[in-house]
Design a protein around this ligand. Structure first.
Ligand SMILES: NC(=O)c1ccc[n+]([C@@H]2O[C@H](COP(=O)([O-])OP(=O)(O)OC[C@H]3O[C@@H](n4cnc5c(N)ncnc54)[C@H](O)[C@@H]3O)[C@@H](O)[C@H]2O)c1
Ligand SMILES: N[C@H](CO)Cc1c[nH]c[nH+]1
Ligand SMILES: [Zn+2]
Length: 438
């Protein structure tokens, strides 16, 4: 007999806000023990390079690395893995890669310029980053899909060199991960993970070249390390445990919705799965289905802990109220499983990715729909966006002044500079003013 239970809330009850806050509390990145461990790892890798990377990798991933060469893979190792996988898996990876590439090509930004009447030209130049590092998680599961989602936007952006780090606990690394790296165009793979891999990418070692930006999801050690090296290098975001929020009018098959909730719960003990519906009988049906379907999942233990810990079935007054609650939560993934879902789009303000309609399972987005699956979590969809091509492109402003333009702007600039008490600025601007200078 199962002891599974999932939290039931009513959005109309007076203590709802407090209950919701408790449900959403996620403080792993701030955990002091994690921060101390990560600080030490970063310091050691910065000071001792490869030797420290090897030590931590042997300790945390149970490896027996003797030298840095033992954690380096070149392009040939990737193409060999591509040859080893089945034709079916290769075709699935290639289909997913093509769809991800097609979608991300729409995100390419172009340089632009415009000319003013006096000949002054203003513009913006787009330049790809030179070298980026992608973190592919590999502690509890392996993620070939994350290889595609991280590397393809970088390739589309025109990045010169893509380095990938992925842990290989107990010396195990899936051929699918390496095959995905071959398909996505990764240049070099280092089989290291955790904070030591983030440190190697951020500071550089004898073997791992320092990168300009680190992207990709990972566990609390990875997230905490990325937060600590930010500034030294750019990072994409701090992506925490996976989340799904489903809004359903009660007319979708409860088994479908239950499995959508479980799909994200299976990532992590801290994952979050929430269902909002105005139909109490439907919430009961989903609760029963969760109970029943959990028994059939091989990774049952993980799913049970996580969905019981950070899962909730919430009764709402109507779909409007469901959207209000969803906007407060700002979930990583939002499924809108209702009739005519598009009508609600303008009111959805905060969500990493929005899945519309009864047939759009979130899992399709995880693998092959096309949009990126590296998304803001823990409410950060309020201010951040999915990983994309724009993460790998920089913008530089372009300013060209004609003599006439320099004259006009010089007078304005000199006046403002004097107002700021900055005389060198004022004089620099005035030297270009032709007559009656300031
Ligand atoms: N948002 C996304 O797109 C996305 C995609 C896939 C996975 N994820 C998330 O990524 C995470 C993956 O976590 P994971 O653990 O499987 O793999 P991971 O690669 O993130 O972490 C494994 C590494 O953690 C380090 N580590 C483990 N225990 C440690 C300790 N006690 N001290 C110091 N370092 C330690 C080790 O170095 C190990 O190599 C999950 O939370 C999952 O939900 C997110
Ligand atoms: N749902 C994850 C992002 O939160 C991505 C993923 C990879 N594989 C399966 N799912
Ligand atoms: Zn997933």
């Amino acid at each position: 007999m199962s002891e599974f239970s999932i939290c039931r809330l009513d959005a109309g009850s007076p203590d709802f806000s407090q209950a919701l806050e408790q449900l959403l509390a996620w403080e792993s990145v701030a955990d002091q023990n994690v921060i101390s461990a990560v600080t030490e790892i970063l310091r050691e890798v910065k000071a001792r390079g490869d030797a420290a990377v090897i030590e931590y990798t042997n300790r945390f991933d149970r490896r027996d690395l003797k030298s840095a060469g033992d954690f380096c893979l070149d392009r040939a190792a990737l193409t060999d893995a591509l040859e080893r996988i089945s034709a079916e898996k290769r075709a699935a990876l290639e289909t997913a890669a093509k769809r991800v590439r097609d979608y991300h090509e729409h995100q390419l930004q172009s340089s632009w310029q415009y000319r003013e009447a006096d000949g002054t030209v203003l513009g913006q130049q787009i330049t790809p980053m030179e070298r980026v590092g992608i973190y592919v998680p590999g502690g509890k599961a392996s993620y070939p899909s994350s290889v595609l989602m991280n590397a393809i936007p970088a390739r589309v952006a025109g990045v010169d060199e893509i380095l990938m780090v992925v842990p290989a606990p107990d010396n195990q690394l899936s051929d699918l991960v390496l095959a995905a790296a071959a398909i996505a165009g990764v240049d070099r793979v280092f089989t290291i993970g955790g904070a030591q891999a983030v440190a190697a990418l951020a500071y550089g070692t004898e073997t791992v070249a320092r990168v300009d930006k680190i992207v990709g999801p990972g566990n609390i050690f990875v997230a905490s390390a990325k937060r600590a090296v930010f500034g030294q290098v750019a990072i994409d975001m701090i992506a925490g445990p996976s989340e799904i929020l489903v809004i359903c009018d009660g007319k979708t098959d409860p088994d479908w919705i239950a499995m959508d909730l479980l799909s994200q719960a299976e990532h992590d003990e801290q994952a979050q799965s929430i269902l909002l519906s105005p139909d109490a009988a439907f919430l009961d049906a989903v609760a029963n289905s969760l109970e029943k379907q959990l028994e059939t999942l091989p990774r049952e233990a993980i799913a049970r802990r996580s969905i019981a810990g950070r899962g909730a079935l919430i009764l709402v007054r109507d779909i409007e109220q469901a959207i209000e609650v969803s906007n407060r939560i700002a979930p990583e993934h939002l499924e809108v499983s209702v009739d005519d879902p598009e009508q609600y789009l303008p009111r959805i303000r905060h969500a990493g990715a929005i899945f519309l309609g009864r047939y759009t399972a979130e899992a399709l987005g995880d693998y092959c729909a096309g949009p990126n699956h590296v998304l803001p979590t823990s409410g950060t969809a309020r201010f951040s966006s999915p990983l994309g091509v724009y993460d790998f492109q920089k913008r530089s402003s372009i300013i060209y002044c004609s003599p006439q333009g320099a004259d006009t702007l010089g007078r304005v600039a000199a006046t403002l500079a004097k107002g700021e008490g900055l005389d060198a600025h004022a004089r620099s601007a005035t030297y270009r003013v032709t007559e009656g200078g300031v």
